[in-house]
Design a protein around this ligand. Sequence first.
Ligand code: LLP
Length: 422
Amino acid sequence: MDHFNYRDGVLCAEDVALNLIAQEVGTPVFVYSAATLTRHFGLFQQALEWTPDHLICFAVKANSNIAVLKLLGDLGAGMDVVSIGEYARARTAGVPGQRIVFSGVGKTREEMRLALEGGIRQFNVESEPELSALSEVAAGMDAVAPIALRVNPDVDAKTHEKIATGKSENKFGIPLAKAREVYAQAAKLPGIEVVGVDMHIGSQLTDLDPYRQAYAKMADLTRALRADGHDIRRLDMGGGLGIPYRRDNNAPPLPIEYGQVIREAVGDLGCEIEIEPGRNIAGNAGILLASVIYLKEGDGRDFLILDAAMNDLIRPAMYGAHHDIVPVREAATGAEVRPFDVVGPVCETGDTFSKGAELPALSAGDLVAFRSAGAYGAVMASEYNTRPLVPEVLVDGDRFAVIRPRPTLDDILTRESLPDWF
Ligand code: LLP
């Protein structure tokens, strides 16, 4: 459930009509609902209520706006970051280092140093060379880096191939068969303290079975590592629980069901539980608001040309992803709908959001909203075609604020400089 509903025939974010935001901020613009973010975070808290010893680390990559991070951080969320840039955002949002987990296959020594200096809960280490580098960096600073090894369980997450991460052919993690050996190395290295085990098998999972398989392997590994003498006290179960992108579709499992899967698999191990959800918290807490520029009659099809493009929301072009597109002004009951190819102004055929989307009659100036755009939307936006980086707005009840303004053309042009030999 989200807080984007029609009221008096107009789509609203909580108590704010989207046409008001369009009027004041312009389009395209991402709009987030604070109540939805809060609700979704609360669902994960409920899901892990069975163990008070847990931390929900929001995957910052899904939505890294500092206002969003602050809202979640103030609710008690930890953060899962994959770069020192994301770390800096989390800290700027007031999240203490002790609640920040550092993931990712390519952490640089400089990133390790800065995170150790600023305070960090744990590094999720993904390879032996990374482990040695971290040991050298930490020992050189007289610091101790708490680590979990990310283990690749070789499980098919049954999701889009570009966002599956837990198969052996994926670049992520240390093969399960090698894990005990690498843990043994880690235990001997200076500057390293082994605290746990980490796994993440993919994103937009709509079936709990792959989790069951992966977590069973994690439980076995934890027992084996304890028998080897390691003090495994923390399990990072990753993120990845999917969201319904289509309202008419079978909904993916709920956080509460996911929480039970965790409990059944590892609940008896007495470990602190960490999870790293991103999409499930932010996805349906945001929409992308856009305007129709032209309605173009093509050969056997009509194109709805919007002022939003693939540079603002790349998921359809990149993953063939579906986002429901709805008119901001609600169609009258029984109003005729017809198919449109919904496209953006970027000079690529791939700049197509939807083919044959069933929409009511729309004309230039009308507003539409892309649902489920709060995760992997604004964070993946670019300025391709020199289109200004799409702004972001946060709604809370009947108030709203711009949390990232639209850059002016001047802002864009003055970032660049000419070589002095020109
Ligand atoms: N933890 C790790 C280590 C991850 O790699 C990811 C996502 C997450 C947590 C969060 O997963 P989530 O709960 O959001 O599914 N850009 C793609 C999604 C890429 C996800 C990559 N890793 C998309 O738009 O679908």
